[in-house]
Design a protein around this ligand. Structure first.
Ligand code: PEP
Ligand code: MG
Length: 747
């Protein structure tokens, strides 16, 4: 950037600071800002439009347009060039505004006299606050340097808006963060909780966006970065000895903290007049803007890291939120844009609820929250902008709703809901150590699904009899490089120790489809769920599978071991996978290592074809676990990740149940133990129907064990079966209605 422009932008910021420091407030301040920009840029018009509500922009100050139109002229998001700038979140710069796409003539402003238009979004950390506009009579596009100067000014205006510097006259400028807000998101973990907002990344308020001594400011920036690097190094050293799952996450932070590009861009912004804090925030805004546009999961994770790092740096620079953990309120509800599993593990189980702006049902943080049964709402758009630390918040995990600063009516209804939930929890706790035995005397083994060491404490807490599915890929997913065999076997032996002798069914790596390892080249497949995944990868490129099998054998250290292979479709595939295990056993024997005292080798039944495998398969396999999540998507041809179709077909559809019944029968005929470990096993009515069909082992997330056991203990399965049969004879498509109606009179 040429030196002349650097000083121009610095000069403009210097004058802006004087204007803002002067003894004026509200509208008068805003008027000063537009005057100053218009004069400095030698433009006839400078205007500021701010959001009145999430859909409407209002002209709040102008130099050059009709003064009568201030607080009168409004436009919808996307309407006209101003609305287009706000909607796209990017600069609109044109020499010939009337011919530009989206132009809308506003007669009351008198803007017909102006030919050129440059609109710059006013944004703060990805939240759109308004638009800064410069117009000139001469038909000229602003130069890139002029646009850059406007962006820097817009950044300062955003900070001042956040600080309430313009609050005064005008509805659009009324104080934010006071009204009740209901945010609709999606359900990720059921349950309801009431508490106090605890922001994962407290809003660091930058009170000094402009600096006048770039040299001193750059020194501050350098010193803060040094401190940041040091703190990341310290965290890494600490994590190495305690939590291997966190180390990989921190390695990524360290990589960014040392990135020369990041540093260079911030330095340039400081040289152009921004304070160190504002320069960091500018980078953070950029990362968030890219984050909102990128669909690539790997890139999103990395941008999230960068965002997190910027926050840490801001906290160092401002000294705000340094001892955030110490300030945790009594019933903390964590509010964040997104959160990584490592960070969530750091907070521990003290959290009463979590509300995320982004997140996904299958993310690792979600899996941790589910393991701990913390109510979690995801996709709650706008929550990080709306919530302030200390606000009251109600999390309704059943409906996927968060109520921020609720009014008394909402609060009252919610308290009733909480009371019901507490009564239910007490009921589940009282039967924790009792068996899941039905009135007709059938014993159902209830097991839990897990994937991280952090899940294991739930084993005793939930009353699960063992781990029916241990998804080993989660430990691969939370790190940034392929784990080594010694690391893996240490992890598996920690899992076995934590299980304290209860059976753990380890499922070998199921990667591909939605589970993409950050350190493996993604495969560009047209249909990854039916693509090169799970055992297909394991058999084609057996290096990782062999390492995993060996690590499992070593971890067992002479104790019993249960291993199952994912996504088996044919007898031949199972035999090939089993042969890999035989080779691993031979290697271990040769090395003189102890072998497991007993070994079970099972298969996941996740494709319809395996149900029709030759008898030899059922004879060779030691146990079968029905992976209903995948099985259902292939049975009904309905993508489990696609919101439009994933709930279209009912699990209790008679065709699916009759298929499951056949699987149970083939297993019974061959004496093969069978269990069900998909999500449906944890839904009480589904679990009941599976048990009525003859399933005696179900594996689910720990929080579901109480509700499922509670229901099973109150019914007679022969009665359930006859209700189901009647519905089928009746021609019902699904038995759900009949079973639900019958249940009303039973429990
Ligand atoms: C399943 O498909 O039901 C299953 C348990 O495996 P995952 O959800 O990990 O694909
Ligand atoms: Mg599966």
């Amino acid at each position: 950037m040429p030196h002349r422009i650097e000083t121009e932008s610095r000069k403009l910021l210097g004058r802006l600071r004087e204007a803002l420091a002067a003894d004026s407030e509200g509208q008068a301040r805003l008027n000063k800002v537009v005057d100053l920009i218009a004069n400095s840029m030698r433009a006839e018009v400078c205007s500021i439009y701010l959001f009145r509500d999430s859909e409407t922009l209002e002209l709040c100050a102008t130099q050059g347009l009709e003064q009568d139109s201030v607080h009168q002229t409004r436009m919808r998001l996307g309407e006209g060039l101003v609305g287009r700038t706000a909607k796209s979140g990017s600069v609109v710069n044109t020499a010939d505004a009337p011919s530009a796409k989206g132009f809308r003539y506003m007669p009351e402003t008198g803007e017909e006299r102006f030919s050129s238009f440059c609109g710059v979004p006013i944004q703060r950390l990805g939240e759109s606050l308004g638009v800064l506009v410069v117009q000139t009579k001469a038909a000229r596009e602003l130069t890139p340097d002029e646009v850059y100067a406007l962006e820097i000014v817009a950044m300062v205006i955003a900070e001042m808006t956040e600080l309430g510097a313009f609050v005064g006259e005008g509805a659009a400028l009324s104080a934010r963060h006071q009204q009740p807000v209901m945010l609709k998101g999606s359900v990720a973990q059921e349950g309801a909780s009431e508490g106090t907002v605890y922001l994962h990344e407290p809003r660091v308020v930058v009170t000094n966006p402009i600096a006048d001594d770039p040299v001193a400011e750059n020194e501050r920036l350098h010193a803060a970065i040094e401190e940041l690097r040091q703190s990341v190094d310290n965290m890494l050293t600490g994590a190495r000895s305690v939590d291997p799952e966190q180390v990989q996450v921190l390695e990524a932070y360290r990589m960014f903290a040392n990135s020369p590009g990041w540093m260079r861009r911030m330095k340039a912004d400081v040289e152009n007049g921004l304070s160190a804090e504002a320069a960091v925030e500018k980078e953070q805004s950029l990362a968030r803007a890219r984050l909102s546009k990128s669909g690539d999961p790997y890139l999103r994770e990395r941008l999230h890291d960068l965002d997190d790092l910027s926050n840490r740096l801001l906290r160092i620079l401002t000294g705000q939120g340094a001892d955030a953990r110490a300030d945790m309120p009594d019933n903390p509800i964590l509010v964040a844009r997104n959160i990584g599993p490592g960070e969530l593990l750091e907070y521990g189980k003290a959290l009463k609820g979590i509300v995320l702006e982004e997140g996904s049902v299958g993310s690792h943080a979600t899996i941790v929250a589910r393991a701990w049964a913390i109510p979690l709402v995801i996709n709650a758009k706008g929550v990080t902008a709306e919530a302030l630390n200390g606000d009251t918040i109600l999390v309704d995990g059943e409906q996927g709703i968060a109520h921020l600063r609720p009014d008394e009516t909402v609060h009252g209804a919610f308290r009733d809901k909480l009371a019901m939930q507490t009564r239910a929890q007490e009921r589940y706790a009282s039967i924790r150590d009792l068996p899941a035995e039905t009135k007709c005397g059938a014993r159902i083994s209830l097991q839990m699904n897990a994937g991280l060491i952090a899940d294991l404490p739930s084993l005793s807490g939930s009353g699960a009899e063992g781990v029916g599915l241990f998804r080993t890929e989660l430990q691969f997913l939370v790190r940034n490089q392929m784990p080594r065999r010694a690391e893996l076997s240490a992890l598996y032996s920690r899992v076995l120790n934590a299980a304290g002798g209860k059976r753990v069914a380890f499922r070998t790596l199921d990667i591909g489809s939605d589970k993409v390892l950050p350190y493996m080249k993604p495969n560009d497949e047209p249909n990854p769920a039916m693509g090169w995944r799970a055992i297909r990868v394991g058999l084609d490129k057996p290096g990782v599978l062999r390492m995993q099998l060996q690590a499992l054998l070593r971890a067992a250290d002479g104790q019993p071991l249960a291993v199952m292979f994912p996504f088996i479709t044919q007898l031949r595939e199972f035999q090939a996978a089993k042969a890999e295990m035989a080779k691993a056993v031979a290697r271990e024997t040769k090395l003189g290592h102890p072998l497991p005292s007993e070994m079970e080798i099972g298969a996941m039944l996740e494709t319809p074809s395996l149900a029709f495998a030759p008898d030899a398969f059922f004879e060779e396999v030691d146990f079968i676990s029905i992976g209903g999540n995948d099985l259902k998507q292939f049975f009904f041809a309905a993508d489990r990740e696609n919101e439009r179709v994933r709930r279209r077909y009912d699990t209790l559809d008679v065709s699916f149940l009759s298929f499951i019944e056949q699987v149970i029968k083939r297993c019974a005929d061959s004496n093969t133990p069978v269990s069900f470990c998909g999500e449906d096993a944890g839904r009480p009515v589904e679990a009941l129907c599976f048990a009525a069909l003859g399933l005696r082992s179900l594996s689910m997330r720990p929080a579901s064990i109480g509700p499922v056991k509670h229901l099973l203990r109150r019914v007679d399965l022969t009665e359930v079966k006859s209700v189901m049969d009647k519905a089928i004879a009746n021609g019902d498509q699904s038995v759900r209605r009949a079973v639900a109606d019958w249940l009303v009179y039973q429990v």
